[in-house]
Write a new protein. Structure first.
Length: 253
């Protein structure tokens, strides 16, 4: 958390500004109500732990600050190397194969300039779809799926209602801190691509920065994995049945 000193009419108070302010699902904003399909990963059909994105053909973890939820990080923030290690080894109720969202570095390598629209760096960046080319998974989620607005439009005019106003079905989405959003910056290996919900900006930032990460998985998760405890119980039960059958067989003459 950070504090901000607010003064009015000669009186000053300390306001606590939390980076974990949660946006709300906004109906009819973006495509999320039709393009995101809930996936049950814990055997409880009443809740969804992930969402299959039919536009990008990837599965998003429903908790956008899962690292904090499971205690992998006290605040969910990690350097790029820490995030890569954690996500690559993540096991969510038997589901593995998670990764960091990615983007496509178009044009000249790296970020040559912060653009207002239509490039890989800046605001209103390219998004794309799995049917053609996916330019940025995080940008596609922010702009297309959730229908959020960048801080400025393509002409550079400030936009009312900009930022992460719609979080759709996701929980714990952090607006004020950037998310890791792709590969290492090929123009400067000390940087990697990021995306920030506060202003809809995609840009490379130092890999040593402690930022957020939301795990994704290529393709769909079609079946609910069997919980490990249940699998062990079932295996033990089958073993007991096998022993009982052997005891019932007559001894050889």
């Amino acid at each position: 958390m950070k504090s901000r000193l607010l003064c009015a009419a000669g009186a000053c108070i300390i306001a606590i500004i939390s980076p974990y302010t949660q946006a709300v699902p906004v109906s009819a904003q973006g495509t999320w109500e039709t393009t995101l399909q809930g996936r049950d990963l814990d055997g409880n059909a009443a809740t969804f732990e992930a969402y299959y994105d039919t536009t990008l053909d990837i599965t998003w973890l429903a908790d956008a600050n899962y690292a904090r939820t499971v205690g992998a990080s006290s605040n969910g923030r990690m350097t790029l190397n820490q995030a890569l290690y954690w996500v690559n080894n993540l096991n969510v109720n038997g589901v593995t194969g998670w990764r960091i969202p990615t983007m496509l570095d178009t044009g000249r390598r790296g970020c040559t300039a912060i653009a207002l629209s239509g490039t890989d760096c800046g605001f209103n960046v390219q998004t794309g779809s799995a049917a053609t080319t996916v330019y940025s998974e995080m940008a596609s989620l922010f702009y297309d799926t959730l229908g959020n607005l960048a801080q400025v439009d393509a002409a550079g005019n400030a936009q009312s209602g900009a930022g992460l106003t719609n979080s759709g079905p996701f929980s714990n989405f952090v607006e004020n801190i950037s998310y890791w959003s792709g590969p290492i910056n090929q123009a400067d290996f000390s940087d990697a691509w990021t995306f920030r919900g506060l202003n809809g900006k995609q840009e490379p930032l130092p890999r040593s920065f402690e930022l957020m990460v939301i795990p994704v998985r290529s393709g769909d998760i079609s079946t609910v994995p069997v919980p490990a405890a249940l699998w062990l119980f079932g295996s033990g039960l089958l073993g007991l049945v096998g022993i009982a059958r052997r005891k019932m067989q007559p001894l050889p003459a």
